[in-house]
Design a protein around this ligand. Structure first.
Ligand code: CA
Length: 720
């Protein structure tokens, strides 16, 4: 079949049933074009764009695997990955070939039926880039157009690969690599334009999304989400409007901060309205007091377009409308979370809606043509807003506006949100959105006289050590035990929960809904499971040996249905949490591996490796209380984001309490000050920390290790 340049309208293609056949992309012409993307929903065999369709519903009509047959679902092949870090990617499947990205922005191609490796590509991201990534060295996937695949790398490159061979067609640097920009999201493609955003709002960057020509790599337009601070007559109207809601001196002054608003993950597209939707991230720094001093949060201090859904024209990058979920954002409440487009009847009228469950804990339904607010309700307990008024504006709880009070407060949700990047799914038959949600509060402690450090460290304007847990094992277990994970089925019309499955821990996987009436999800209890889409009953599960955070996909080869998920624990929660503290859950480990299932599949995983048990044997703590306090403060700002708050040891990155360098001042300085491990991601902190401060951090970690040795003994550390 010849598909390139096909002129039949989308609706006619669907009527003819042509889009449903397995070789939509044909054997002669392998191009993915606009028609194929617009009709992706009817192309049951393939998964050609990140959310399966431009509407990003993550619903597949495939139904061979259903409530009746799922008991026969078994592993048919698997592939081990060469990066034991967070795996967050959605694979693409095109005509029997499966393409995925892994941690460190690598790409791999497989025969989707047999698992045979077809090719691999490593962009060789410098290890030291890891220090710019807030939330692990992850990558969420690819875009396909023509005969090419498109990848965003952690160090900010957009790479075009030949889909058949993996050879590089071109690559283009999309960010200022001198700043702490990273790319972890999947590009999208609209009519030959590759759309990609970036991250880095914890480190002081200015967010934007840009479009690149698929054949040449030329930048076509760039849409900034926050003003530059020196807007004038010639600036775009939408940025002039935004500038009035910021303290421009802070954005444009000599100590300039980028303002944040990064577009690091979610996008969606409506081809009929020709609108591209982008989800915009949090403010930089988090503490709004340093962005809008003196504002009261009721108008000028909104800091547009932070935490907003923005609709833009994909051809030009022109602004069309926006809706701000959290005006005057100060809690890291991004609106970068997954957005789903669907049509549904609300109050007797057919509405074209866009739906999102951003970090702030409310589920939003908006009119996607106009941005008009339709409804919002809390999908998890939260305490920052008493509700959302009829205009769609939150009614703040003043005690949680820590940017205005200057006082610490326990706020729910915390910076992980009520829902993070893990994709939701929408089942059109059930009319339900499935949300991988969790409940996790945080103490936010405003930092007085804070100054940004453009070189290193979390630039958030809060004391990140304020919420550290005391050296009391029982109390720590209580706190970890209170952090709940949930799979929720949400009725977006009624704005209420239909059913909920609870998990022992938060940070469970992204979702897939199918025409077989099933919802698939991996979880932090090292399981991959299927649930009845209507009732939430668990109907099938598989022991995966590793925590799973990525969303599953499904496809067919030669008419046979497969379900695939990239397993491997990681991401923001995994690198900062002590996974051994949830008593009802085994320590979560990372075994990075693609798992592929089909009915009657009979493959078996190798035996689960033993947990390593590393001794906790620190030198005695002899430093002064003053030195330890200095080390605690510096640790919170520069170390905690990778090595866990309070140096409790994360499940993914080196546990400093058990570090061999802890007892050796010279080695410690060589690592932290000089950066001898920079290729592993541990860069030099010279310039941000003095040698005395680095020594104080060592003293603090020694003290913490001694506290924990007294309460934990040796303890098991979950590491491969
Ligand atoms: Ca953030």
């Amino acid at each position: 079949m010849h598909i390139k340049g096909w002129a039949l309208p989308a609706a006619l293609l669907a009527v003819l049933g042509l889009a449903g056949c397995g070789d939509l992309l044909g054997s002669e012409d392998r191009g993915v074009d606009a028609t194929a993307l617009i009709n992706a929903d009817a192309d049951e065999a393939n998964w050609i764009t990140h959310g399966r369709t431009y509407s990003e519903q993550r619903f597949s009509p495939l139904d061979q695997v259903n409530a009746e047959t799922v008991g026969d679902l078994g592993l048919t092949w698997f592939a081990d990955m060469d990066t034991a870090r967070g795996q967050e990617a959605t694979p693409l499947v095109i005509d029997g070939k499966l393409y995925l990205t892994t941690a460190w922005s690598k790409v791999k191609a497989f025969d989707a039926a047999t698992g045979e490796t077809l090719w691999e590509y490593d962009p060789e991201v410098p290890g030291e880039t890891a220090v710019k990534a807030c939330c692990d060295v992850v990558n969420r996937g690819l875009a396909a157009w023509g005969d090419s695949l498109f990848l965003g790398t952690l160090d900010g490159r957009l790479v075009s690969l030949d889909r058949e061979s993996g050879a590089v067609n071109w690559e283009k640097v999309t960010v200022d690599q001198a700043q702490a920009y990273t790319v972890t999201g999947a590009p999208r493609v609209i009519d030959g334009k590759i759309i990609i955003g970036n991250g880095g709002a914890e480190f002081g960057v200015r967010g934007y999304v840009a479009a690149y020509d698929a054949s040449s790599g030329d930048e076509l337009w760039r849409f900034y989400t926050v003003p530059e601070g020196n807007e004038d007559e010639s600036s775009p109207d939408y940025l002039k409007a935004a500038a009035a809601t910021w303290n421009s001196d802070v954005l444009a002054g000599s100590d300039a901060i980028g303002g944040g608003g990064t577009v690091w993950d979610s996008m969606a597209y409506d081809p009929d309205l020709d609108l591209l939707y982008i989800g915009v991230g949090n403010g930089s720094p988090w503490n709004r007091a340093y962005r809008s001093p003196g504002e009261d949060g009721t108008g000028e201090g909104d800091n547009l377009y932070l935490s907003s859904i923005v609709a833009i024209r994909p051809k030009t990058g022109e602004y069309v409308w926006h809706y701000q979920t959290t005006p005057g954002e100060t809690w890291d409440y991004t609106a970068t979370q997954h957005m789903i487009l669907a049509d549904m009847e609300i109050d007797g009228t057919r509405r074209q809606v866009i739906m999102q469950a951003p970090k702030n804990g409310f589920f939003y339904v908006l009119d996607r043509a106009t941005g008009e607010f339709i409804s919002a309700e809390s999908y998890i307990p939260q305490n920052w807003a008493e509700g959302i008024d009829e205009n769609g504006r939150p009614i703040f709880n003043p005690e949680t506006r820590i940017d205005e009070t200057g006082q610490p407060a326990l706020v729910m949700p915390g910076p992980l949100g009520g829902h993070n990047w893990h994709p939701m799914a929408f089942h059109p038959g059930e009319g339900l959105v499935y949300i991988p949600a969790f409940e996790a509060a945080t103490v936010y402690a405003p930092e007085a006289n804070w100054k940004p450090d453009p070189a290193r460290g979390f630039n958030v304007g809060f004391d990140l050590g304020a919420g550290d847990l005391p050296p009391d094992l029982g109390f720590r277990r209580e706190v970890y035990g209170s952090v709940k994970g949930k799979l929720m089925a949400w009725d977006p019309v009624a704005q209420e929960e239909r059913w909920t499955v609870e998990f022992a821990g938060p940070w469970n996987g992204g979702l897939l809904a199918t025409g077989g009436g099933l919802v698939f999800q991996g979880n932090s209890s090292s399981e991959f499971a299927a649930y009845d889409a209507a009732s939430g009953n668990k109907v099938w599960s598989f022991g995966a040996q590793t925590g799973i955070v990525a969303p599953p996909i499904t496809y067919t080869v030669d008419g046979e249905q497969y379900v695939a998920v990239l397993a491997g624990w990681g991401g923001a929660y995994a690198i900062t949490a002590d996974g051994g503290l949830i008593e009802s859950q085994a320590p979560v480990r990372n075994i990075s591996r693609l798992l592929v299932f089909k009915l009657g599949g009979e493959a078996e995983l190798p035996p689960e490796p033993e947990l390593a048990s590393l001794p906790l044997d620190p030198p005695p703590s002899r430093a002064s209380a003053e030195t330890i306090a200095l080390g605690k403060g510096k640790y919170a700002r520069y170390c905690a984001v990778c090595h866990a708050p309070g140096a409790v040891g994360s499940t993914l990155l080196p546990d400093l309490r058990r570090s061999g360098a802890l007892g050796n001042r010279q080695t410690w300085q060589a690592v932290v000050h000089d950066g001898i491990l920079k290729d592993n991601g541990m860069v030099a902190f010279e310039g941000s920390l003095t040698k005395d401060e680095i020594e104080a951090i060592r003293a603090y970690v020694i003290q913490r290790a001694n506290e924990d040795k007294a309460i934990e003994g040796g303890g098991q550390v979950a590491r491969r």
